[in-house]
Design a protein around this ligand. Structure first.
Ligand code: IPE
Ligand code: IPE
Ligand code: MG
Length: 246
């Protein structure tokens, strides 16, 4: 039986986050330039976005470019930024057809002007879509996000808009780029690496982690459904005992 049929649609993770890794190795294995791997990665993005929408996942967040990725060779960074622009242009139709709203998190001002403009346009055009929120993490780093969060809260305290005593977890949540998103339930990382690489550190506090050796360009809906099925067969205890959950 296909994993899709095994999934309990009443127990779906509300928020899935994906560290899409392995484009470079995929290309290298085939004797291609790394750019070809990134291009192929966009096919996997489309498939996974559609897969999530099909079964009713409400939030999907994709790690597309980290703050650390700026340290890659300029040629690769340029390729990734160009690919971002062309994908946004191409995939607006997928988003509209599937009633998906685009969202972006990260230090977005550092993106090239063209990418910012395209991003803004697609975000505006899909603003009233209701089926799913697709969040792209671009120039995103969790430490940068937390630094930004601390600064904005401090600013409010300084201006007496907020008292120190009023700072709690929900105030912190409201000052993160992810302010409108629920906590991550399931975090998937492809390519066999088992690390977080500065992605959503606060938001994954109680996420279930799923690592697969599949390289991102080869990842498809069925692999996503397998990850969700695996997630549904875990016991999330949130500090309690198994007996308490019964
Ligand atoms: C993920 O693939 C894409 C980005 C980080 C932008 P990589 O480019 O990291 O691929 P590997 O890890 O070198 O195989
Ligand atoms: C993480 O992948 C960032 C993205 C997937 C966008 P990397 O390939 O940059 O991570 P590290 O450097 O191997 O940890
Ligand atoms: Mg990598």
């Amino acid at each position: 039986m296909a994993f899709k049929e095994k999934i309990n649609t009443k127990k779906l993770p509300r928020h899935i986050a994906v560290i899409m890794d392995g484009n470079g190795r995929w290309a290298k294995q085939k004797g291609f330039l790394r750019a070809v791997g990134h291009e192929e990665g966009t096919t996997a993005v489309r498939d996974v976005v559609e897969g999530c929408a099909e079964i009713g996942v409400e939030n999907l967040s994709l790690y597309a470019f980290s703050t650390e990725n700026w340290n890659r060779p300029k040629l690769e960074v340029d390729t990734l930024m160009r690919l971002l622009v062309s994908s946004l242009r191409k995939e607006i139709k997928t988003l509209q057809d599937n009633n998906i709203r685009l969202n972006a998190i990260g230090n977005l001002e550092t993106l090239p002007k063209k990418a910012r403009k395209e991003l803004k346009e697609v975000i505006e055009k899909t603003a009233s879509n209701k089926r799913m929120v697709l969040t792209l993490a671009l120039s995103y780093g969790s430490r940068e996000e937390l630094t930004h969060c601390v600064k904005s809260i401090s600013d409010k305290v300084k201006n007496k808009e907020l008292s120190i005593d009023a700072i709690d977890e929900s105030v912190i949540n409201e000052h993160l780029y992810t302010r409108n998103l629920p906590d991550v339930d399931l975090l998937i990382r492809t390519s066999g690496e088992q690390r977080i690489s500065n992605f959503l550190l606060w938001q994954i506090a109680y996420a279930e982690l799923y690592f697969t050796s599949i390289l991102w360009p080869d990842f498809r809906k069925e692999n996503l459904f397998e990850a969700i099925y695996n997630y549904q067969n875990r016991e999330r205890r949130f500090g309690k005992t198994s007996e308490q959950l019964g």
